[in-house]
Design a protein around this ligand. Structure first.
Ligand SMILES: Nc1ncnc2c1ncn2[C@@H]1O[C@H](COP(=O)(O)OP(=O)(O)O)[C@@H](O)[C@H]1O
Ligand SMILES: [Mg+2]
Length: 297
């Protein structure tokens, strides 16, 4: 989430609270809220070819430097794929390309077998069901955990400037159920009314993951999710990711090998903007080329 979105979000929640206060006595069911609930359901992604994400021969240069160099990679629906690689390997740039933040010079990037991601904007890609978590948590510190999750539903539409939608937005039953379920999943049920600013670093990270989950993404991209976490928080995050696997497809970039060992099936090693090796963690850790890269050349 960008700072501008955060600023707008803070304004919107104030408007929302005011609207809610004014709404006391109104009926709960039907009407506009039910309509919003329907819009929130996004379309299906065609995974009949066994891939939720498909990158082929993707390259991008920055000032002549090939940050991504003929990268090909795919991910199966429900898979939890771990990506490792030395600093500067192109891991974050790859996520930038998938999410539409950076356009590759050449190559193919598909979401399922029919959605050509290169034809969509960053906002549209988020709406298609690709959620991204940056390294630094960007929760609304001055709002409660509950409000942060509530707000996350609302930003899905890419209608940040739609004041009318803000004023009339409220959770329907299905959305409330999902919010409570996600609170439980991210281990924050007991902290629902707590200000996000008062959470620990790890809890903020979980809240941000919860905010992504509110949008029910099909694919989640997580860049160094356990950086700065305590051992206990890291273990809880591993458990969380293992619960998400299957329901969502996940791409996790991380340096913490203990964490990778705990959650990984297939590990992809990125180096110099391309796939250097792929396999189980043991396989890639015993690969001569990988050892060489990690020992430094
Ligand atoms: N917007 C950009 N402009 C110029 N160089 C960039 C840009 N983004 C990334 N790079 C360069 O591309 C390379 C890959 O970076 P990055 O994807 O951040 O690697 P990783 O996440 O694997 O550490 C680095 O050498 C980095 O300096
Ligand atoms: Mg990075």
């Amino acid at each position: 989430m960008t700072p501008e979105l955060m600023e707008e979000g803070a304004q919107r929640i104030a408007a929302y609270q005011a609207a809610q206060a004014a709404r006391v006595g109104q009926t709960e069911s039907g009407g506009r809220a039910a309509g919003i609930g329907r819009i929130l359901k996004s379309g299906e992604v065609d995974v009949t070819h066994g891939r939720i994400l498909y990158l082929d021969d993707v390259s991008v240069s920055f000032d002549g430097f090939k940050a991504i160099n003929k990268l090909s990679l795919d991910i199966a629906p429900g898979e939890l794929r771990c990506i490792i690689g030395p600093n500067g390997a192109g891991k974050t740039t790859m996520m930038d390309i998938i999410t539409g933040k950076t356009r590759p010079d050449t190559g193919t990037v598909f979401f399922g077998s029919t959605i050509d991601l290169l034809r969509y904007s960053e906002a549209e890609i988020a709406q298609l069901g690709i959620g991204r978590k940056f390294q630094k948590p960007t929760v609304f510190e001055q709002l409660s955990v509950f409000e942060n999750l509530e707000l996350a539903l609302h930003t899905r539409q890419g209608r940040e400037r739609d004041v009318w939608a803000s004023m009339t937005f409220r959770l329907n039953d299905e959305q409330s159920d999902r919010l409570l379920e996600i609170l439980h999943t991210i281990h924050l049920s007991d902290s629902a009314t707590k200000l996000a600013g008062n959470l620990s670093h790890g809890q903020k990270q979980w809240l941000e993951i919860g905010m992504l989950l509110m949008q029910d993404p099909k694919l989640l991209l997580l860049d160094e999710p356990v950086a700065g976490m305590t051992d206990e928080e890291t273990e809880r995050t591993a458990e969380l990711f293992l619960t998400l696997k299957g329901k969502h497809s996940l791409m996790v970039v991380e340096h913490d090998m203990g964490f990778i060992r705990r959650i990984s099936d297939i590990v992809t090693v990125l180096c110099d903007g391309a796939v250097l090796a792929q396999g189980t963690l043991d396989q890639v850790q015993n690969d001569e080329r990988v050892i060489e890269v990690y020992l430094g050349r």
